[in-house]
Design a protein around this ligand. Sequence first.
Ligand code: UDP
Length: 324
Amino acid sequence: MKKIVISGAAGFLGSHLTKELLNQGHRVVGIDNLSTGKASNLEDVKDNPLFSFIQFDVSEKYIIELPELQGVDEIYHLASPASPKFYQAAPIDTIYVNTIGTQNMLELARRNDAKILYASTSEAYGDPEVHPQPEEYRGNVNTWGPRACYDEAKRLGEVFCYEYHRLYGVRTKVVRIFNTYSAGLRNDDGRVISNFVTQALTGEDITVYGDGSQTRSFCYVDDTLRAFRLMMDSDEATGEIINVGNPTEYSIMDVALMVQSLTGTSSQITFHELPKDDPKVRRPVIDKAKAILGWEPLVALEEGLQRTIEVYRERLVLEKVEAV
Ligand code: UDP
């Protein structure tokens, strides 16, 4: 049994990971300041004797001293708003959690000789001029725009990991996560899958930004989390950056049409202004993940969407019943 700390434990990825690691019999200490994460995401595990929860901001220096965190074997540093809607609403907090917060988690790892996985992002590539994106690509980030608080903070978080590995030998692993989804996303998350599915199930218009020709590659959460665990276990992944995402690319219009057909909705597709600096394309090269981790995604978008739609549908029915 390992002692594992997860920052951002009440968030989308953090709560899924917490449940999995508890199921495997590990002791998990979850940290979250509940700014975008929800305590209700941890409802199933809150009474599990192997789980404890600390409501705390990882950007606070004192976090390193918390007695509950000492003796940790592995740290997953996932804390950060991730949806453009939320990180743009809290840009300074986003910068802090990914820079100072990352340094705090690295100090905790250093002090305890723990391994640490940092959740970076495909946003590190910005609006890419190289397609698809391998880890060596240095990116095309607008450093003076609405996405910079996230993109640049994540990039600096990566540098902290690089230097803590080089200077102090901390076993850091940086995962660049491409678009990930499942029913665990909040209905009001603002990202495309939760928006389209919620809209289709409630009969609202499906809001395509721009003309829908921009592309993304969507990875189902189970695939993403499997890669996290493989990375944590792999010595070869130490001191490395690895892309984790599904290399099958879709236009946003394709996604809108797929959601329309899978839900059987009568919702219409409507077109809206494209947000500033919205990347035109995004698709990972996953050769490194394949070679080092033996990993590739197993869940195709259509199957993952079907699972997502089912759970959203049940949730909406439940919310309606509760409202009566
Ligand atoms: N998008 C859209 N309609 C929505 C939400 C998002 O057309 O209701 C588009 C958005 O402009 C982007 C893509 O879907 O091109 C993915 O956006 P998301 O916010 O999910 O994540 P991103 O990859 O941009 O961080």
